[in-house]
Design a protein around this ligand. Structure first.
Ligand code: ATP
Ligand code: MG
Length: 267
C-alpha cells in the first residue's frame, strides 16, 4: 500500500546545530506510528516539519502526492486540509464550545469567528455530536473548551480531526501530563481514527509503556536520528531501555542492534 505520509531524508538545524539528521520513515493509511525518544531528540521539531510550521533545511515530507516542503499559498492550504493536528497548547479555540471547535475542524477553510457567528446547520450539529460521542464527550458538547480538562480538550481535538477530512493525524505528546485513565481514553480515541476510519496516525509519546496496544510501529529518535523502526511487537523493554540509555556506551552494550528495520512488505 502506498504511504499516506512519507518522510525522506529530513535534515534540520537551529543556528547551525543539527536537530534532525536524515530522518526517514513512512506511515500507511490505517496505521499508527509512535515516535519515541529522549527529551531533546527532535520529536517536536520533526512534527513541526510534518505540518510545515517549520520548513526543514533538506529532505521531503510527502503527504500522499504533495511534497509539503515545496508548496506555497493555496496549494499548501489545500494540502494541510489533509492534516489533523492534536497538539498541546494551541489545540482549541478556548472561548468556543466543544461542538464549535469540532466544526472549526470540519471547515478547515472557515475561520473560527465565522463558526462562532454562524448558527450551525442541523447536519453540522449532528456531525459534531456523532464525533463527540465517539470520543465519549457528548455530555460536554456545549461546554467551553477552556472549562474542559486537559484530557477532554485532547479528545475534542481528536473529534475535530474525525469531523474533518484529514487523512493523516499528527499528535505531539497528546497524553503528557494526563492521569493513566485519561491517557488511555485519548489513545483509544486516536487508535480508532486509524482502525475504524483508515486514517494514518503519527503520535509522539514519552511513556513507552503505552506504546503496546496502541501503535503498530515504533520509530525511535535519538539525537535527531532514526535509530529504531520496528513493528510494535519488537519494541521490547530492552530496546526501550537502550533508546533512553543515558550514554551511547549503554547503547553499544545492547545485545541487538538498534538500526532501523523495515516491516516486511513495506517500502
Ligand atoms: N526554536 C528553537 N530554536 C533553537 N533550538 C531549538 C528550538 N526548538 C528546539 N530546539 C532544540 O532542538 C532540539 C530538539 O528539540 P525538540 O523540542 O524537537 O525535542 P523533543 O524530542 O520534542 O523533546 P521533548 O521530549 O522534551 O519534547 C533541542 O536541543 C532543543 O533545544
Ligand atoms: Mg517535544
Amino acid at each position: 500500500m502506498s504511504a499516506a505520509l512519507a518522510v525522506e531524508g529530513l535534515c534540520h538545524a537551529y543556528d547551525g546545530v543539527p536537530v534532525l539528521r536524515d530522518v526517514s520513515f513512512t506511515v500507511a493509511p490505517g496505521e499508527v506510528v509512535a515516535v519515541v525518544g529522549p527529551s531533546g531528540a527532535g520529536k517536536t521539531t520533526l512534527f513541526r516539519c510534518l505540518t510545515r510550521l517549520t520548513r526543514a533545511d533538506a529532505g521531503a515530507v510527502r503527504l500522499f502526492d504533495v511534497d509539503l516542503q515545496h508548496v506555497e499559498g493555496t496549494a499548501l492550504r489545500q494540502a494541510r486540509r489533509d492534516l489533523g493536528l492534536v497538539f498541546q497548547g494551541f489545540n482549541l479555540v478556548r472561548r468556543l464550545t466543544a461542538t464549535q471547535n469540532v466544526l472549526v475542524g470540519r471547515l478547515a477553510e472557515t475561520p473560527a469567528w465565522r463558526v462562532l457567528l454562524r448558527r450551525p446547520s442541523a447536519a453540522d450539529d449532528a456531525l459534531a455530536a456523532a464525533c463527540l460521542q465517539r470520543v465519549g464527550l457528548l455530555p460536554f458538547a456545549h461546554t467551553r473548551a477552556d472549562r474542559l480538562s486537559g484530557g477532554q480538550q485532547q479528545r475534542v481535538a481528536i473529534a475535530r480531526a474525525l469531523a474533518s477530512r484529514a487523512r493523516v493525524v499528527i499528535a505531539d505528546e497528546p497524553v503528557a501530563s494526563l492521569d493513566p485513565s485519561s491517557a488511555a481514553d485519548v489513545l483509544t480515541a486516536l487508535r480508532s481514527l486509524a482502525t475504524d476510519d483508515g486514517r494514518a496516525v503519527v503520535c509522539s509519546l514519552h511513556q513507552v509503556d503505552l506504546v503496546a496496544g496502541f501503535a503498530d510501529r515504533v520509530v525511535g529518535l535519538r539525537e535527531g536520528r532514526v535509530v529504531l523502526d520496528v513493528p510494535v511487537e519488537r519494541f521490547d523493554p530492552a530496546r526501550a531501555r537502550a533508546l533512553y540509555a543515558r550514554s551511547l556506551d549503554e547503547l553499544d552494550h545492547h545485545p541487538e542492534p538498534l538500526a532501523p528495520e523495515r516491516t516486511p512488505g513495506r517500502p
